[in-house]
Design a protein around this ligand. Structure first.
Ligand SMILES: [Zn+2]
Length: 89
């Protein structure tokens, strides 16, 4: 007599999509300074996240006023996605 339990597997299809549900987290925007320091490390100072994509642009100008040589930045976007399951197939 076998002591092994029988296992049943179900296979599902998973889909990944942007989360546009009413209760989804907001898409957030930030700006990160890409300027390299003298030791070749990235400045990496980053604006606070904002739901308004123009807020980080204002931060970038402010950062450049205090660090005039820091003229390179990246827009950082955090967009919620969700996975949902279909199946079993
Ligand atoms: Zn910087």
């Amino acid at each position: 007599m076998s002591t092994q339990a029988r296992r049943k597997f179900a296979f599902f299809n998973w889909t990944l999509r942007p989360d546009r549900d009413e209760d989804a987290p907001l898409t957030m925007y930030a700006s990160r300074c890409l300027t390299l320091n003298d030791d070749d490390t990235e400045c990496a100072k980053e604006s606070p996240p904002s739901k308004d994509p123009t807020d980080p642009q204002g931060w970038t100008f402010g950062h450049m006023r205090t660090h005039p040589e820091h003229t390179s930045c990246a827009e950082v976007i955090e967009r919620p996605w969700v996975m949902w399951r279909q199946g079993p197939t």
